[in-house]
Design a protein around this ligand. Sequence first.
Ligand code: URA
Length: 271
Amino acid sequence: MVQDVDLNKVVRQHLEMEGFFAGFAVRGKPRCEGSSSSESVASEPVAVSGSSCVDTPRSEVQMPRRTTPADVVKELEAIAAEARECRKCGLGGTRTNAVPGEGSPKTRILFVGEAPGADEDAQGRPFVGRAGQLLDKIIEACGLKREDVFIANILKCRPPENRDPRPDEVVSCLPFLQRQIEILNPEVIVALGAHAARTLLNTNQGIGQLRGEFQEYCNGIGRPPIKLIATYHPAYLLRSYTPDNRRRVWEDMKKVLVELGLPVPERGKGA
Ligand code: URA
């Protein structure tokens, strides 16, 4: 618990500082009219919920998004290439492969996990181990395919022995995910597990408190927040595969489907 408190504090302080100083610096062009270089995306101020997030409704965003699907793919590839070269924290020296994330550039749903495990580290792809197989089933139970959504993690590299991410690792790595969120602009983020939910919502609350209702991910100053639902991590679900836990995950996913106006299959098949 002590580590969680420190982690959130360190991440929040870092991001507030970044957001504050970015507001004063001329670091790249405004992002619109198809301009989506990694520099311009990366350089926009970042805010976290509960701090300097300006809650702008989508209709009031000043700059209309004219980013084309090709721009999104290009930017996602640029982010992935940077993540693969990254040495900002010690994990750059211990990983086999970075795991930037993968999926549809047109996704309406972004799933965010904690960090790659051994299978993901070996393949450079997110959620390909046992937890990933369960995540695939959850996605399929929603009437979707893995290729329809985007899957990423808070950390792009595997912490040795799958230990919890350290604050400096999250601080170094989070900008990759923030840029992915910004360019993908999903309608809903599904935070898988306490670590992803706490980091994205900048809170120390437990997953039991965070799940079950939509929360808001602050997508930076001047941009509207994105709806976020937290649910149990598939690895936790595997360990505690009880009817109650499965029902809770399904309830969370049903909320996502309703929010997106997608048909809700009668009951979750597979998961
Ligand atoms: N667990 C995660 O949080 N992410 C993965 O990619 C795999 C397992």
